[in-house]
Every structure is written in structure tokens, then in C-alpha cells.
Write a protein that binds this ligand. Structure first.
Ligand code: GLN
Length: 247
């Protein structure tokens, strides 16, 4: 049984991030894979042996502060799962909580898990808008499309690679350069939307890693992603048009 574990979805699932959970589960079902969504609720402990994909969604500053201590208590189990090859997708607030700390606009410093060497500090203005990112994974260039809305400016540590290069949008520090982070199978990103419906290649990458972890057959059968591709192209066209009007 492939287990998809959204972490504290009752608080970390802003801007539709719960859609990422539904896309992963449905793309598994379309392939006839045995799949279960097993949310980790506040107060529960993560069982690394019963976890194949970890999803940490975004949240308001206050939501992040509410979950931080509980999430930090899960670090040993998270490290065990990651070391065993379980992929993590952390979006926005979840991405920030992968790091050492998040200093929000009120001056409150929320501690992070320290799973990835990064630090986030809120800027005065929010970074908001459509975003297109070029990601190179296993030597293949792909595009990520979606939406970003964050005060945080995330600085990656020296040994941490960005997830991708910003083509349109703000990205990690709002300067249009780099976006997200990647350490092996731990992916962080500011891209909401939700992210996975319009980026099926990333959904299948996470699913394949999860299946490998569970000993289920890979590579995954191809799906008819024409609708997803059309949605992604529409999002890119909107982002490009917005960029033109801003000039
Ligand atoms: N509260 C964080 C910020 O404003 C994360 C927001 C989010 O998850 N979209 O940067």
C-alpha cells in the first residue's frame, strides 16, 4: 500500500495545496496502484515505515507558528523517512519550515526543522503573482507553472541547490532568479496553484520515488496528460501576458 502523508493539513494547506494530495492519490489510482492518504494530525507521531510520500503545505504566519514545535518533534522520524528514500514536497510555509527559522513580518521568529540548510526572513512587500520556473531533473529540463504569494525571502545554504531557475515571477528572494530548493528527494518550492495538477511530471516523479520506496513497480505507466498540459500552457500564457503588461 502506497501511503501519502500530508502533514498537519488542517493548518498547512493554504491556496489549495490539498489539491497536491488529491492529484498524487488519483494518479496512483489511475494506474491501479494501492494507495492510501494518511494525514498526520497535530499530536500524532509520523511512522516512517508507513510513509511513502510526505507533503507539507503552505500556511499563514500564525499557522506556521502553531505547528512548528509539533513538526520539530517529528524531525527524527522525518530524517529516518528521508534517509530511507521517502520524497518530501514542501510548499511555501512548509518549504520555510524545512529550514532553520522563519522571521515573519511581525518580528516573530518561528523555528524550523533544520532538515534543509536555509533561512527565511519576511520582506516588507509580499511576492505575489503567476510564476514559471525551469527545473532540470536527471538532465531533463521541465517547466513548473503556478502561483506564488509569500512575504518570506528564503536564502539557501551553500550546499543547497535551488529547485529551479525563475523564468517568470519572483522566486526565493523575489528577485526573479532562483526558486525553491532540492536536496536529493526533498523538494521545497514557493509554487502554489495547487502545484501538481498543472505539473503532472513532478507529480509522477514524487509518485515514482514513493513507489520505489514501497517496492511497487516502476516506471509508472504513462497517462493521458493532454488536459494537464493545456492547463499548464494556459497558465504560462497568462504569466507571459502579465509580464508584457508590466513593461
Ligand atoms: N506565511 C509565509 C509567508 O508569508 C508562507 C505563506 C504561504 O504559505 N503561502 O511567506
Amino acid at each position: 500500500m502506497l501511503r501519502i502523508v500530508p502533514v498537519y493539513p488542517e493548518l498547512l494547506s493554504i491556496y489549495g495545496d490539498r489539491g497536491n494530495v488529491r492529484v498524487l492519490a488519483q494518479r496512483a489510482r489511475w494506474r491501479g496502484l494501492p494507495v492510501e492518504v494518511a494525514p498526520l494530525r497535530l499530536g500524532e507521531d509520523l511512522d516512517p515505515a508507513a510513509t511513502d510520500v510526505i507533503l507539507i503545505g503552505g500556511g499563514q504566519d500564525r499557522d506556521q507558528a502553531l505547528v512548528a514545535d509539533a513538526l520539530i518533534a517529528q524531525v527524527p522520524a522525518l530524517r529516518s523517512a528521508i534517509a530511507d528514500g521517502v520524497p518530501v514536497l514542501a510548499v511555501c510555509g512548509g518549504f520555510q519550515l524545512l529550514g532553520h527559522s522563519y522571521l515573519d513580518q511581525s518580528g516573530r521568529e518561528t523555528p524550523g526543522t533544520g532538515l534543509v540548510d536555509l533561512v527565511t526572513t519576511a520582506g516588507r512587500r509580499r511576492v505575489v503573482g503567476n510564476v514559471v520556473v525551469e527545473v532540470t531533473m536527471n538532465g531533463v529540463k521541465q517547466q513548473l507553472v503556478g502561483f506564488e504569494n509569500h512575504a518570506g525571502r528564503t536564502e539557501l545554504g551553500a550546499g543547497v541547490a535551488p529547485l529551479g531557475r525563475v523564468v517568470i515571477g519572483g522566486g526565493n528572494i523575489g528577485d526573479g532568479q532562483t526558486e525553491g530548493c532540492r536536496v536529493d528527494r526533498v523538494l521545497g518550492t514557493y509554487v502554489h496553484g495547487p502545484l501538481l495538477p498543472k505539473n503532472p511530471w513532478l507529480a509522477d516523479r514524487l509518485l515514482a520515488w514513493g513507489c520505489e520506496h514501497r517496492g511497487l513497480a516502476t516506471p509508472l505507466d504513462a497517462l493521458d496528460d493532454r488536459l494537464e498540459a493545456a492547463a499548464a500552457q494556459a497558465a504560462i500564457d497568462i504569466a507571459r501576458a502579465e509580464t508584457q503588461t508590466r513593461r
